[in-house]
Design a protein around this ligand. Structure first.
Ligand SMILES: C[S@@+](CC[C@H](N)C(=O)[O-])C[C@H]1O[C@@H](n2cnc3c(N)ncnc32)[C@H](O)[C@@H]1O
Length: 416
């Protein structure tokens, strides 16, 4: 991350300029440095492959504000970001900290409250300078002593590996940990696992009863089957306070994330990952199965049947056409509803469904899911079709499955 030291030097020049010519002359540069500028500089100065290796993607202003501000306003006091990067979460906290009579007494007070660690020294340097700029932006008459060194401020922001350290001070934890994968062998998971899961587990072990954490985490932790045990343990140690989808992390990080905020303690009703819901599910009226044909792999053998794939099937309405193909594998009896498996929260229509009518069994490509009504009636297919295209189904899917592939269980569990 060495090239990023240039950005710390740029911020030093900005701070000197403010000391010499006053804050008013640098208002827009400071606003940019505090909101998005640090991330833009990182992207232009460091190769993407290097950023991925470090899991170094800073939280956008919008997400950081949404995730941190309510907690900062409510709790105040000390905060700890164990993987603080250039300080984007700490900044949103600092904006809500009280000011003292002078810049130096404010910096001293903030220095006791703002705690952070990161393995990259350049990030810690930039974080300190941005927090200083944040203080300067709160009182435009303040000047930083030209002989002062930004590196001497905020002594609790340190170059450290969080996974080998404890918490030096009691504080609220905020985090957007690295999302890259590591190999672990723990009671709750083994093999390739997201570092985000490891970070939250460590954070929970360090928090004292009643202390709070707000974490921005990849959606896979919420839905991936390999994180089931992790979810169970987190659900038993944390009283959930906020639990929300935040959408795509940023323009360059195409990963959907969610916010988990909670208080360390034993929940009365553990495991709120999925809200208890006793309403009847779609599976009570139909069989849900993935298509069995892999066209480039399967031999053309067996009976000649009607065959549907994503390229031939219309994306709405009722359809009785299709090609013919020999298939050795299972077929579906008409009528049924076919749903495309590839489906993203950013798609205009989700899920994409078509009613398949006509005579004879139909073979489906494995990019399609069939929903065949138990009663075999076209009227029930139409009911399923309307249900799939309703806004309620859309928002339910967007909440439960943020990745780009629909699973049969997500479809089965859609509320009727
Ligand atoms: C996704 S970035 C988030 C940075 C910052 N919290 C934010 O929200 O913008 C994750 C950060 O974790 C840091 N990191 C990676 N492994 C770490 C470790 N073991 N201990 C501390 N920091 C680490 C990276 O350098 C990177 O700055």
């Amino acid at each position: 991350m060495e090239p990023y030291a240039d950005y710390a030097r740029f911020l030093d020049a900005l701070i000197s300029g403010i000391s010499e010519f006053g804050f008013k002359n640098y208002r827009s540069e400071v606003a940019h440095a505090l909101n998005g500028g640090a991330s833009e500089a990182l992207r232009s100065e460091v190769r993407l492959s290097e950023l991925k290796r470090h899991g170094a993607f800073f939280t956008t202003e919008k997400i950081a504000r949404h995730a941190i501000e309510p907690l900062a306003k409510e709790t105040g006091g000390a905060v700890y970001d164990p993987a603080c990067g250039a300080g984007d979460l700490l900044l949103r906290w600092a904006e809500n900290l009280p000011l003292r009579a002078s810049l130096s007494s404010t910096l001293e007070s903030w220095g006791n409250l703002l705690v952070g660690s990161d393995t990259n020294p350049e990030f810690i340097s930039v974080a300190k300078r941005r927090l200083l700029l944040c203080a300067l932006s709160r009182n435009s008459r303040w000047r930083f002593n030209p002989k002062g060194r930004a590196d001497d401020l905020f002594p609790q922001l340190q170059v450290q590996d969080f996974l080998n350290k404890g918490i030096a001070q009691r504080a609220t934890l905020v985090m957007n940990p690295p999302f890259n994968q590591v190999r672990i062998n723990e009671s709750w998971a083994s093999g390739k696992t997201s570092l985000a899961a490891v970070f939250l587990m460590k954070a929970l072990a360090l928090l004292a009863e009643g202390e709070r954490v707000a974490a921005i985490l990849p959606e896979v932790l919420r839905s991936g089957s390999r994180y089931e045990k992790w979810r169970q343990i987190v659900g038993e140690m944390l009283v959930f306070e906020r639990f929300e989808s935040l959408g795509k992390f940023s323009k360059i990080v195409d990963v959907d994330v969610f916010l988990l905020q909670g208080r360390r303690g034993a929940p009365v009703c553990p495991n709120l990952w999925k809200r208890p819901d006793a309403s009847p599910k779609l599976e009570s009226i139909c069989n849900v199965r993935v298509g069995t044909v892999v066209p480039h792999r399967d031999k053309q053998a067996g009976p000649l049947v009607r065959y549907l794939c994503t390229s031939s099937l219309p994306s709405s309405g009722e359809y009785c056409g299709g090609e013919f193909r020999r298939v050795p594998s299972q077929t579906v009896a008409t009528p049924f509803v076919a749903v495309r498996r590839t489906s993203s929260p950013s798609d205009r229509i989700r899920p994409v469904a078509t009613i398949v009518t006509g005579k004879g069994p139909v073979a489906l490509e494995n990019h399609l899911i069939s929903l065949r009504p138990h009663d075999g009636k076209l009227a029930t297919c139409r009911l399923i079709y309307d249900l799939l295209r309703s806004p309620r189904t859309r928002s339910s899917l967007d909440q439960t499955i943020r990745c780009r592939h629909l699973t049969t269980s997500a479809i089965r569990n859609l509320p009727l």
